[in-house]
Design a binder for this molecule. Structure first.
Ligand SMILES: C[S@@+](CC[C@H](N)C(=O)[O-])C[C@H]1O[C@@H](n2cnc3c(N)ncnc32)[C@H](O)[C@@H]1O
Length: 378
């Protein structure tokens, strides 16, 4: 399935496309034929010796096995190769991409940047999922490098499984809200941690009469997101802010959403973000977050597989987040216990492909048939 072309997407010449497809094929081979057989290693070489009680014990036991070590090294190498393959291509045309992202008089949405914003340490301390420079680093004036890298890189990372516009998380959450709150018609929507707007644009389509706002800490993400939304004909108001403490007045929004950001924050930031959602919502408003399926629902081996990212893919908070009791934390952050929903939602893409039926398949975070949803009404 090819990625949908738009005016901001990098062009790829023959050699660049060839190296990108090579990395995608390598990642696919590793996940189907190399890491896949770690299950056999676990069943035949580990479980007969002892039965790991949780994912931590399973991961430690796997870590002593030569097959897991080899698979792990290959996965890490392929991840770095993927960013390199896309990075070369973005660098070649960066001046042109910056030119394409310049504001023009025909724009529908807005972009508000804040050069004074302090980027949180959980972004500056590591390059999340090994993406060079993370979401926020700027290498030149009016930079869009990180945005262009992320848009193409995530498509290769997910091997196209997040859809032609990388928007399966957004599509899935919009569908879930519509099914579970059929009469809910938000007038103002805020998307926290929007990156390049993959998950933001489905809200524009899902609620065409709503005003859609989106924020992120990364300026190069937001410049790219704004230009991408304009190129795709969608009106969004982007703003550079920290979701822990925004500058919007109390009760500004009917719906506050986030899509796969919670696991990239920290133990201190997450409750602040939940409290901020509560402050920003109007009475009766709805908060919804979508992230990878709750590892507590998986067996120790299946939970140890995505826990690889905690230790070897610069996602230091993903494991700790899965140890939290998110509904209890949400209640501590101001939401009434009886108005909190914590559930599993199907992937919109998988449901479409299977004509409405979704098999909940565990263990492959990021490309799965099901996600975790945390929702609460104020
Ligand atoms: C995995 S990406 C999210 C992707 C996007 N929501 C989507 O649906 O495709 C995480 C994003 O959240 C942003 N982010 C993380 N913590 C944040 C915070 N405290 N405030 C604002 N943005 C944040 C990061 O800069 C990054 O762009």
């Amino acid at each position: 399935m090819p990625q949908t072309r738009h005016a901001m997407l990098v062009d790829t010449n023959h050699d660049e496309l060839s190296s990108q497809y090579f990395v995608a094929a390598l990642k696919s081979h590793i996940s189907s034929h190399v890491t896949g057989s770690s299950r056999t290693v676990y069943d035949r070489r580990i479980k007969p010796r002892f039965a790991p009680k949780d994912r931590h014990a399973a991961r430690k036991a796997l870590g002593t096995d030569g097959h897991y070590q080899m698979a792990s090294a290959l996965k890490r190498t392929a991840q770095e190769m993927m960013w390199d393959a896309v990075g070369v291509c973005v660098e070649r045309q960066l001046p042109d991409l910056i030119h394409r992202a310049q504001p023009n008089a025909r724009e529908r949405g807005t972009l508000r940047l804040n050069p004074e914003l302090v980027v949180p340490r959980y972004h500056t301390a590591v390059d999340i999922h090994c993406m060079p420079g993370g979401y926020h680093s700027e290498i030149t004036g009016d930079d869009v490098f990180a945005g262009a890298l992320y848009d193409r890189g995530i498509y290769l990372f997910s091997m196209g499984l997040r859809g032609e516009l990388n928007d399966d998380f957004g599509q899935s959450l919009v569908s879930w809200v519509k099914q579970n709150y059929p009469t809910f018609q938000p007038k103002r929507i805020l998307d926290l941690g929007c990156s390049v707007g993959h998950g933001t644009l489905p809200w524009v389509d899902g609620f065409p009469s709503a005003e859609v706002h989106a924020l992120d800490v990364g300026a190069p993400m937001l410049r790219y997101a704004h230009a991408r939304a304009e190129a795709l004909g969608k009106t969004v108001h982007f703003s550079q802010q920290n979701a822990e403490a925004t500058d919007y007045p109390d009760a500004s929004f009917d719906l506050v959403v986030s899509q796969i950001i919670l696991h990239e924050t920290s133990n201190k930031a997450l409750p602040r973000i939940l409290r901020e959602c509560h402050r920003l919502l109007k009475p009766g408003g709805l908060m919804v977050h979508i992230d990878g399926i709750d590892w507590k629902t998986l067996d120790p081996y299946d939970a140890a597989v995505p826990d690889w990212d905690t230790y070897y893919n610069n996602e230091p908070f993903i494991g700790p987040m899965h140890d939290l009791d998110l509904p209890a934390l949400t209640a501590k952050c101001g939401f009434a216990r009886e108005k909190i929903v914590y559930t599993t939602a199907p992937s919109a893409r998988r449901a479409r492909e299977n004509q409405g039926r979704v098999e909940l398949k565990a263990g492959d975070f990021g490309n799965v048939g099901a996600f975790m949803v945390l929702a609460a009404r104020k």
